[in-house]
Design a protein around this ligand. Sequence first.
Ligand code: SF4
Ligand code: SF4
Ligand code: SF4
Length: 503
Amino acid sequence: MQQTFVQPEFRVKIDYDKCHKCGRCVQQCGWGVYDFNERPIPHDEKCRACHRCVTFCPAHCITIEKNTLAFRDNDNWSTDARKAVWKQSETGGVLLTSMGNPKPYERIFDKLVLDACQVTNPSIDPLREPMELRTYLGRKSDSVSAEPDGRGGYKLASSAGLERNVKLDVPIIFAPMSYGSVSLNVHRSLALAAQRCGILMNTGEGGLHEDLYPYQDNVIVQVASGRFGVSPEYLQRGAAIEIKIGQGAKPGIGGHLPGEKIDREVSATRMIPQGSDAISPAPHHDIYSIEDLRQLIYALKEASGYKPVGVKIAAVHNVAAIASGIVRAGADYIYLDGFRGGTGAAPAVIRDHIGIPVAIAVAAVDQRLRDEGIRNQASIIAAGSIRSSADAAKAIALGADVVAIGTASLLALGCHLCQSCHTGKCSWGITTQKPELTRRIDPEWGADRLTNLIHAWSHELQEILGALGVNAVESLRGSRERLRSIGLDEQTCRILGVKPAGL
Ligand code: SF4
Ligand code: SF4
Ligand code: SF4
């Protein structure tokens, strides 16, 4: 066997004086790190630092440490760059990875701060006063007409011409994650939580399993280039339909779910043969222009009884002009996925070097649509590493109507960001189809955790709104004057439409 130059990234340390020799670590590790011979024996080179064994060891005697193997300092050739060259010269292949871009690019949200009321403009106490988080996803009419209500007031005219929208109780939804890349129990958890919270989950590109039919009013059904699971019935089941053009973690390339993840259930849901690779082409082969996109949008509206149709794109350099075209093509919302967004599998070189931050994309798109007088014609969903309610509030202040959370929702289910989803061996039962692993997520338990997360962030959003002295999330949308930057350069501030702190 060829000697690898790549040494283990982690060391698995066991305090054998405390160990009960119970073998639970062997059973918990999805990557087969442990052998057992009277006591657990770890093979460090297989460890992904997912912390499943650490969490479930009854004796708390396992520690995962970074391998502190020293490399000669070189500011140009980082250790990771050297390891990548060694791996590729051993395999000859593209380096695959998963979850979001971890590189130390500037994190825009961390350099923005929100305003607060003081003295003359009173803040609002959300514990004592109503605070509205309800949001409507979809195109808003250019104008509405009113008619007398017979009691001396007015009401919306019956012919007011309101567009069909999806009501969200809070401006946070779950990001698209396909059944196949995540387990069915993850989908069940997301769907149940979405129903409880009055929000939406999103099928991703893998179709809608029949177990999710009872939750269909809280589901966005996606139509991606592979058209997996797409049928007239599927389109009619969704609360809204989403055409997926791009994904923040891998703009400009397609997807590949290996055949070993296509078991009987995934194959039935995706409508492809069991065991065959599910390959989504990079482009939609029927979309080469805005006119083509328009045809697909209206075909989907026709097929679904005129439900809202959104378009998901990756945030790229020309995002504002692209978004303008999408709105003019008739989309009811634009989903902007920033370059920190997660993925079940992507080439590392694509994930880490293509795309732009969602904060920049949202500000550029919101401004462009305002300048063109068409901002009301589509909602904006911001995604791509929304890590907290503060990120959500800042994205909304920059111009988003709604934020979508993917990685955060998987963290709620136990994910430890080990970036190994593409292996299909997730110890936490999230990005795997192995029955012995998927059963680790009980949908009721998962839904409870996701519901708690949405409720917690909702309460925090209400606190933020109160501090800003507004009583509805609508009043925050696009209010960039309530943001200030700390340490962002002048050009970035100009694009964001945000002043430096102190001005
Ligand atoms: S789970 Fe902990 S106590 Fe049990 S065998 Fe493994 S290291 Fe020992
Ligand atoms: S991969 Fe996870 S479960 Fe396995 S040894 Fe490492 S930390 Fe423990
Ligand atoms: S979902 Fe599982 S495999 Fe993927 S990063 Fe999280 S813990 Fe690791």
